[in-house]
Write a protein of this length. Structure first.
Length: 221
């Protein structure tokens, strides 16, 4: 993943620094691999850098088993990686979605222990979560403050609660860890739809629409 200050989204060739790249997993198509860096790294850095969770290679998930994490926007581009990585790390994953009927089975298949609609998150869950990763913002972000436990963190106040907003950065080592998980089949990637370069406008319209499906819209160069 190149740095945001170098525009090269549709380029056939671009300059990539060594610290921005890793090997493509052999069992992934090029289209699948293209979906991983931006959203995958955002989720990885939220959990294992900013929230300070130990990477699952080191603990096998058991050390985090008593901790509850709430993920908002859980069926979105970043959310689907957050759910999977949090489950791999051994957390009790509560995935918040606008529709459990539409997204419930999908999210449970990614490792969510519980799938809830935002309307079901009320006063009864106050102080319930050790970690919240919000990918929605707005009113949902405002409501998150009452749901977080005083003892842990909140990625995106409440006294004694660590809260932050961050922008993802390129990191070959972290990307390599994600690639290994994908290569082992522990991390699922999703391509919503593929387009040719000549269909770029249609691709952007699809990406910004509320059309059904999960994952990224990919343009083949």
């Amino acid at each position: 993943m190149t740095h945001a200050d170098r525009g090269s989204t549709w380029a056939e060739y671009t300059i990539v620094h060594e610290h921005e790249a890793t090997l493509k997993p052999e069992n992934l198509t090029w289209e699948e691999a293209a979906c991983l860096p931006l959203s995958g790294l955002t989720a990885f850095e939220a959990l294992f850098e900013h929230a300070g969770l130990p990477f699952p290679d080191a603990v096998g998930g058991e050390e985090m088993a008593g901790n509850r994490v709430l993920i908002t926007g859980s069926s979105g581009g970043v959310g689907i990686y957050l759910v999977q990585l949090a489950a791999i790390a051994g957390l009790h994953v509560v995935a918040a979605s606008s529709s459990t009927e539409r997204n419930g089975e999908f999210l449970r298949g990614l490792g969510a222990d519980v799938v809830v609609e935002y309307s079901a998150l009320g006063e009864n869950v106050e102080g319930s979560f050790d970690l919240i990763v919000d990918t929605v913002g707005g009113e949902i972000l405002r409501r998150c403050w009452s749901w977080i436990s005083r003892k842990c963190g909140f990625c995106k106040g409440k006294e004694d609660v660590k809260a932050l907003f961050f922008i993802v950065r390129s990191d070959a080592e972290d990307l390599g860890k994600l690639a290994t998980l994908a290569d082992l089949g522990r991390l699922k990637l999703f391509v919503r739809q593929k387009f040719e370069l000549s269909q770029a406008q249609e691709a952007y319209e699809q990406a910004s629409s509320k059309a059904s499906g999960y994952g990224k819209v990919v343009i083949r160069i």
